[in-house]
Design a protein around this ligand. Structure first.
Ligand code: SF4
Ligand code: SF4
Length: 462
């Protein structure tokens, strides 16, 4: 039997006994309604967390065996349906956000990073992902969605990072490369639609369950992948630091990035919730810090909106439009249609109609795959509303989750409306990078440093 809590949406599997309360919102059994059951679903009450999972861990003493994590995995990530006898983790950490006792946590790496900061030989650089700055405030009594970029930078400086740079720079590089790749695929009638590749959970999901569509995935590395190689190869030279002594840390909303960097130039990933812990443990009074600005390497607001669903697609489309016409793509030139489980974006370039789509959560992606050929470009993100809903964010009360995510999204989109530099190709730092080092998007050097190959994982996980 399967019952849904009418207050918060939690799904209980199994019989409902007297005295049972919803583990998420505390309501009693009278607020549960029976819903259609799917026998395939439940072979495990809670998600299996392997000891070598690079992204998440479970503190067993805190676990009350409530099953919320398994329900999250089944209902939003959709993984365990595929092979209930061998659950596979795509490292997204969505279960962390719905665990009522805090038993599930990101795999903590922040103490290792703090130790490296103390090592005089090392230059520790942190790159900060956009979604962090609209969630970190939640841990320090700011209003949901409040944009705390200045305090976040100040806090990182207080912790002792030598350079605090912005992952929006890596996002701008990604948009430059991805837009050029999209143009090349469209012009050459090559494999389409092209899917985005910056969500490691999605890339892993595709590699396990849909290896046939790997040629459709953009070959672009992620913003942290591009940012990290830039720091080690070029920034190190500019600053006259031995590349071996540079430690690159990505501050992300994402637990899956800890899996991604197993094959990357980025050395560590710490999440928003880890940073909040580090600040508390080091008695840093976040609320009263004076705002600071990034040291170097900032991006356009197209990079900032990478943190919310639709941002990656919009940023790449803007750049693609510029490559085709030499003009800026403005909001009134884009027709956006909200569909049941995805969003459709339509732009016109002379007589050509470009149709694209954004989708989040793998269950929705599965549905979109049946109509994928209607589009030339598809953004896929694993988490609710994109990275703002990442498993490494500050956990939110489940009952208010949708509202909080909307506020985080609005906060990032507001930055885009008021930014001085809105387009990746207008970012002077990006221009300098191509002039000095890479020549052009998709050049030999760019392909060597900023692109990757996606490998099937279907045999490893079968
Ligand atoms: S949600 Fe948390 S407390 Fe509940 S079974 Fe999973 S790990 Fe245990
Ligand atoms: S949507 Fe963002 S936060 Fe979630 S798994 Fe993908 S990259 Fe990580």
């Amino acid at each position: 039997m399967k019952y849904k809590c009418q207050k918060c949406g939690f799904i209980h599997i199994g019989d409902l006994k007297d005295g049972y309360y919803c583990p998420l919102c505390g309501t009693g059994i009278f607020d549960f309604k029976e819903i259609e059951s799917d026998k395939k679903e439940i072979n495990y009450k809670r998600v299996y967390v392997s000891p070598d999972n690079p992204a998440i861990s479970r503190i067993d003493e805190k676990c009350i065996d409530c099953g919320a994590c398994a329900n999250t995995c089944i209902n939003t990530v959709n993984i365990r349906y595929k092979n209930p006898n061998k659950p596979i983790c795509i490292n997204c950490g969505q279960c962390v956000l719905t665990c009522p006792t805090g038993a599930l946590v990101p795999k903590y790496d922040y103490n290792k990073v703090l130790d490296l900061i103390d090592d005089q030989e090392k230059t520790v650089i942190v790159m900060t992902s956009p979604a962090v700055r609209v969630a970190l405030g939640d841990a320090f009594d700011f209003k949901p969605g409040e944009f705390v970029e200045g305090k976040m930078v100040a806090a990182l400086k207080k912790l002792g990072f030598k350079y605090v740079v912005d992952t929006t720079f890596g996002a701008d590089l990604t948009s430059m490369e991805e837009a050029a790749e999209l143009k090349q695929r469209i012009d050459n009638d090559d494999v389409l639609p092209m899917f985005t590749s910056c969500c490691p959970s999605w890339v892993k999901y595709a590699a396990i369950y849909h290896p046939n569509i790997l040629p459709n995935l953009s070959t672009c590395k992620t913003p942290i992948g591009m940012g990290a190689i830039y720091l080690k190869k070029f920034f190190a030279k500019e600053k006259k630091i031995k590349a071996d002594n540079i430690v690159v840390v990505a501050l992300t909303p994402c637990t899956a990035k800890k899996y991604e960097i197993e094959n990357s130039d980025c050395d560590y990933v710490i999440t928003t919730s880890e940073l909040a812990l580090a600040l508390r443990e080091n008695n840093i009074d976040f609320k009263n810090l004076e705002n600071k600005t990034f040291d170097e390497l900032t991006g356009s607001s197209s990079g900032t909106i990478y943190g919310t669903s639709g941002g990656v697609l919009l940023s790449a489309l803007r750049t693609y439009y510029y490559l085709e016409t030499g003009n800026d793509l403005t909001p009134e030139m884009i027709l956006i249609n909200n569909k049941d489980f995805y969003k459709e974006y339509v732009i016109k370039i002379n007589t050509k109609i470009i149709k694209a789509a954004t989708v989040y959560q793998m269950g929705n992606l599965e549905k979109l795959l049946s109509i994928k050929n209607e589009f030339v470009f598809i953004e896929v993100m694993n988490c609710n509303y994109g990275c703002i809903g990442g498993g490494g964010q500050i956990p939110m009360p489940i009952i208010n989750m949708q509202e909080i995510l909307k506020k985080r999204s609005a906060s990032l989109l507001k930055q885009d409306k008021t930014a001085k530099i809105r387009y990746p190709y207008k970012n002077p730092i990006i221009k300098k990078v191509y002039d000095n080092y890479l020549t052009a998007p998709l050049s030999k050097k760019s392909m060597e440093l900023l692109h990757t190959k996606h490998k099937s994982l279907s045999k490893e996980f079968s």
